[in-house]
Design a protein around this ligand. Sequence first.
Ligand code: F6P
Length: 583
Amino acid sequence: MNFQYWPYRKIPDAEIATTHLVASNTVHLICFLIKETLMKTEYSSITALPSWQALQNHYQEIKDHHLRELFQDDPLRGERLFVEATDLYLDYSKNRITDQTIQLLLQLANECHLKERIEAMFVGQKINTTEDRAALHTALRAPKDASITVDGKNVVPEIHDVLDKMSDFCDKVRSGMWLGHTGKPIRSIVNIGIGGSDLGPVMAYEALKFYSDRKLTFRFVSNIDATDLVEATLDLDPAETLFIVSSKTFTTLETMTNARSAKDWLQKSLGTDPQAIAKHFVAVSTNAEEVTKFGIDTNHMFGFWDWVGGRYSMDSAIGLSTMLAIGPENFQKLLNGFREMDDHFRSAPFEQNMPVLMGLLSIWYINFFGAQTVAVLPYECYLKRFPAYLQQLTMESNGKHIKLNGQPVDYNTGALYWGEPGTNGQHSFYQLIHQGTHLIPCDFIAFDQALNKLEHHHDMLVANVFAQAEALAFGKTIEEVKMEGVADSLAPHRVFEGNRPSNTILVKRLTPESLGKLVALYEHIVFTQGAIWNINSFDQWGVELGKALAQQIIPELENPQEPVLHHDDSTNTLIQYYRKYRK
Ligand code: F6P
């Protein structure tokens, strides 16, 4: 076989032989079968696949069809094109598709060996090839009796040990048993982290605020801009404050700088006794050595593993602040929600598989219609940070232009994900989605039941979801506009072309379980996209260059002597200008 097209790492013969020896072990057997199948994955580019070419031809046939016609020709499409899974309901009938589109997209998934790739992820194969790691966030929500092996070791018991340690700690803090250095109980919790060590915790805290202990105050500090830490701590009493330093690597510039400044803030008030740090700082990390160097006892460290990517870590110990807010029982429910969606993704046939269908539909728009973005529009204020969370999940995962085989792609990959909670967005950017020149597929997310009940509010909120999806799909023709008596000169401005596609996801109620399902849904959409695009969704080399250059520039800004600069002329001039005016 030609390993150039091998989507994952080359499998040494010895390993295959070993796999035979332990064939009684089902996991190994599955791994072997997957490897066998993937060995057949030899395509130079997805654009050469028969399904891709058929989709290109099909796009030519369908691109001028309006959703109005699609509904006229298929009046029961709304009752047909839906998936109900894990208590989530997806209406995908307002997409620019026919049954043939779905058939071709499913064929594409099969030609890209999506099934085998999903299985490879779940069984812990090192699918993150550039870092030689598994991507096993799904193990974080596996039941206690599951067995998932990484490098010959079942990782499930360790996961549950950490969960137990987290629960124990959270119970102590929430009950007031965990006392600060001066004997006061903890009232404020500050999570210091960035990227996946911040966006998941802050999103989950906001999303599940309804279930949180309101006696505790939560703050999240991520930015290296001093304002973030200063404002977050301004009204806090150090004697009642607990810092969680969350960093997978424990070397990230922003987090470590903020953590050191937080330490100074605390020590100014409580003194330099190491006991003060012990009572007011805990760490979430994979790097025990750096945690110890910082001065945090590893007994107060909550670990996770290199096979958990930052943007896939909110259900690991990185969720410590979430567990403190909602309690261990609710955290377990969150994990159960993740797990239900995992089971669905792994086992449901693709034609009824929610993440697979949504992933394939996004491919349809990105690669065939040339869409550059996807809007995610949750009609729920508690989900206000959900789009920001999804930005890292989707764009850090699939913002790649190199395939698994090291060759550049010859098709578009990761779209820009963005959004705002409804109805606020309607009074700002929806104008462009309705009447602009860009095609922006939308995911509407709504809940059947409100958490906070004020008469009429929820029905009005949900009416807006349905109205927006309907308006986007069907629009308003010039004839309809004129029938309303609009002057000819104004009529073109009042036309809505329609034919703007959307998905509508209905969830019964926002709960820890349903949040877990929603997050896992998007994790698996991202996986589906990455598998089709044949890229590594689990590395993030694109953040490295800027980080390295910043490290070089910091001393150039702070140097009391005029430094000799070796950047380009623009960067040199900016540095000189800044140095002139900085205090
Ligand atoms: O932005 C790059 C990144 O590595 C993210 O993937 C990660 O979530 C973030 O930095 C924070 O990293 P750490 O948890 O190691 O501080």
